[in-house]
Design a protein around this ligand. Structure first.
Ligand code: ATP
Ligand code: MG
Length: 441
C-alpha cells in the first residue's frame, strides 16, 4: 500500500490509535457518519479528512465535514439519491442533508507526467486522476489538512507529519511550495486564511514564495475568487487578513484600483481607517453569530475608489448625483473583472452608496419615507461607518439616530436577515405601534 512513486514526496505513515487522539464519532456530524457507513457497506473505503479532523484535534467546531473515498464520483452519486456531481477541474459529490452538505472527494492520484492538464504557468487545469489514500494525502494543500480518520477502526492516519505541525501550530505546504502554489494559486489565500483563523504561523518556506507568486492569482477565475475572498473576509479575522493581503502583495491583485487609491490618494489614511473599521464591525458580527451581507462588505471595500472618482467627476463639473452614479458604475466595472460580485450584490452596493446623498435630505416628510425603505438600515450604518472613520458629515449620523428613536420604523423582514451590524438597533427599543391581527381561537 505504501509504494513511493518518484514524483511523490516521501511519506511515512503513522497510525494513531483511538485512545491517543481526540477524534470520536460523538464529535462528527451524524450525516457524515451515515455517508461513511454506506460507503463501507458497499465495499468502499471512507475517511473523514481535512477541516473536520483538524478542527476536532484543535478542540474547535468544524465548519463542515469532508470525506475522502476510493469510490469514484459516479459510484458515490449512485449510492445517494440526495447527491449531485459538481466541479469540472476537480470532480466532487455533494450529498445534501437539509441545510448540511457533506462533500465527498475521490482519492486523487499522483498522475504520470502528461496525464493531468496544466497551463503554461504550471496551474492544474484538471485534476481527476484517481489514486489511493497515500497518493491523496500528498495532493492535499497543507499538512494540517491531510489527516484521515476512519470510523471503522477509529484510527487517525498521518502520512505527512501532520500531527507535528498541528502541535507546533504551523501551516506548511505539502511538497515543493512554489510548485504547489503554481498548481493552484488559491492556496496562497488559503494559507493566510488558516493562519489567521487558527492563529498558526506560516512555515518560512511556505510563506516566502507568496510575495513573488501573488500575481498568479490573476489567472484564477473571477467567480472562484468571489467565493475565496468572501471566505477570507467572513473568517472572523477580516482586519488581520486585510493587513496581510496588503503586506503579501495580494490585495493589489484582487482590488487593483482600490489598492492604488489606498497608496496614492490624499485621503488614503481615512480610507484605510474606513475599511478597517468596517471589517472590525464584520468580525464582531461573526463573533456574535449575526448575519453579514457581502454587499455591505464590498460596499466598504470599494468605497475609497467610488469616493475618489465621485470627487473627481464633480471637480470636472458633473452634478453630485450623476457623478456618484458614474463613479459607482466605473469602480464596479473595473472590480468585477477581478472578482465576480453577483449582480444582486452590486445593485445593493449602488443603493447603499446612492443613499449617502439621499440621507442628506432631512427636510419635510422625506426622512419618514426614507426610514421605511429596505436599504435605509444598511445606508445608515454605512454613514455611521464613514463618520467613525473620521469623515465630517456634519452630525448627520447622530441626526438619523435621534430621528429613529423618535420614529421607530417597522423593519422589513427580508432586509432584517441580511442587514449588517446596526450601531443602533431599533429592535431593542420600544416596538413600533402596529395594529395587531385578531387572535384566532
Ligand atoms: P474549512 O472547511 O474549515 O474552511 P477545510 O480544510 O476543510 O477548511 P475545504 O475547503 O473544506 O477546507 O477543503 C477540504 C479539504 O480539501 C482540505 O482540508 C484539503 O485537504 C483539501 N483541499 C481543499 N482545497 C484544496 C486545494 N486548493 N489544494 C489542495 N487541497 C485542497
Ligand atoms: Mg471543510
Amino acid at each position: 500500500m505504501l509504494k513511493n512513486s518518484t514524483i511523490m514526496p516521501d511519506t511515512s505513515l503513522k497510525i494513531i490509535p483511538r485512545d491517543h487522539h481526540a477524534v470520536s464519532r460523538r464529535l462528527i456530524s451524524p450525516s457524515a457518519l451515515k455517508v461513511m457507513q454506506r460507503l463501507h457497506d458497499n465495499g468502499f473505503q471512507a475517511f473523514l479528512v481535512g477541516g473536520g479532523v483538524r478542527d476536532i484535534l484543535l478542540n474547535q467546531q468544524p465548519k463542515d465535514f469532508d470525506i475522502a473515498t476510493n469510490a469514484h464520483p459516479e459510484q458515490v452519486h449512485a449510492l445517494f439519491r440526495n447527491s449531485r456531481l459538481i466541479g469540472r477541474r476537480f470532480k466532487l459529490v455533494h450529498i445534501l442533508f437539509g441545510r448540511e452538505t457533506i462533500e465527498v472527494a475521490t482519492f486523487r492520484g499522483s498522475a504520470d507526467e502528461g496525464s493531468e492538464k496544466q497551463s503554461e504557468h504550471g496551474m492544474l487545469l484538471r485534476d481527476n486522476v484517481y489514486g489511493n489514500i497515500e497518493e491523496d494525502a500528498v495532493r492535499r494543500d497543507f499538512t494540517i489538512n491531510a489527516l484521515y480518520y476512519s470510523p471503522k477502526d477509529f484510527n487517525v492516519y498521518d502520512y505527512v507529519d501532520s500531527l507535528k505541525d498541528i502541535q507546533q501550530r504551523q501551516i506548511r505546504l505539502i511538497g515543493d511550495p512554489e510548485t504547489r502554489y503554481r498548481e493552484d494559486p488559491v492556496r496562497m489565500l488559503r494559507a493566510l486564511r488558516f493562519a489567521a483563523k487558527l492563529d498558526f504561523t506560516i512555515a518560512p518556506e511556505t510563506r516566502q514564495p507568496i510575495f513573488e507568486l501573488a500575481p498568479l492569482l490573476g489567472h484564477i477565475s473571477s467567480a472562484r475568487l468571489f467565493d475565496e475572498v468572501l471566505k477570507l473576509f467572513l473568517s472572523g479575522q477580516a482586519v488581520t487578513l486585510f493587513r496581510e493581503l496588503r503586506q503579501f502583495n495580494i490585495f493589489e491583485q484582487l482590488f487593483p484600483s482600490v489598492h492604488h487609491t489606498l497608496l496614492h490618494d490624499p485621503n488614503k489614511n481615512f480610507y484605510v481607517q474606513l475599511i478597517e473599521q468596517g471589517l472590525k464591525n464584520t468580525d464582531e458580527r461573526i463573533r456574535v453569530e449575526k448575519p453579514v451581507t457581502p454587499a455591505f462588505l464590498y460596499a466598504t471595500l470599494l468605497w475609497p475608489e467610488v469616493d475618489r472618482l465621485w470627487a473627481q467627476f464633480q471637480a470636472d463639473g458633473m452634478p453630485e448625483f450623476p457623478a456618484l452614479q458614474n463613479a459607482s458604475q466605473l469602480a464596479l466595472s473595473h472590480q468585477v473583472k477581478h472578482i465576480a460580485i453577483p449582480k444582486r450584490f452590486t445593485l445593493m452596493m449602488k443603493e447603499i452608496w446612492e443613499y449617502q446623498i439621499r440621507l442628506k435630505k432631512i427636510q419635510g416628510k422625506r426622512p419618514l419615507q426614507l426610514i421605511e425603505e429596505p436599504r435605509f438600515r444598511a445606508a445608515y450604518d454605512f454613514l455611521l461607518l464613514r463618520e467613525a472613520a473620521g469623515e465630517n458629515c456634519q452630525g448627520l449620523g447622530k441626526w438619523w439616530t435621534n430621528f429613529q428613536i423618535k420614529h421607530p420604523a417597522p423593519i422589513p423582514r427580508r432586509f432584517n436577515r441580511e442587514s449588517p451590524a446596526p450601531a443602533f438597533d431599533p429592535e431593542k427599543k420600544a416596538p413600533p405601534k402596529r395594529r395587531r391581527r385578531a387572535k384566532r381561537i
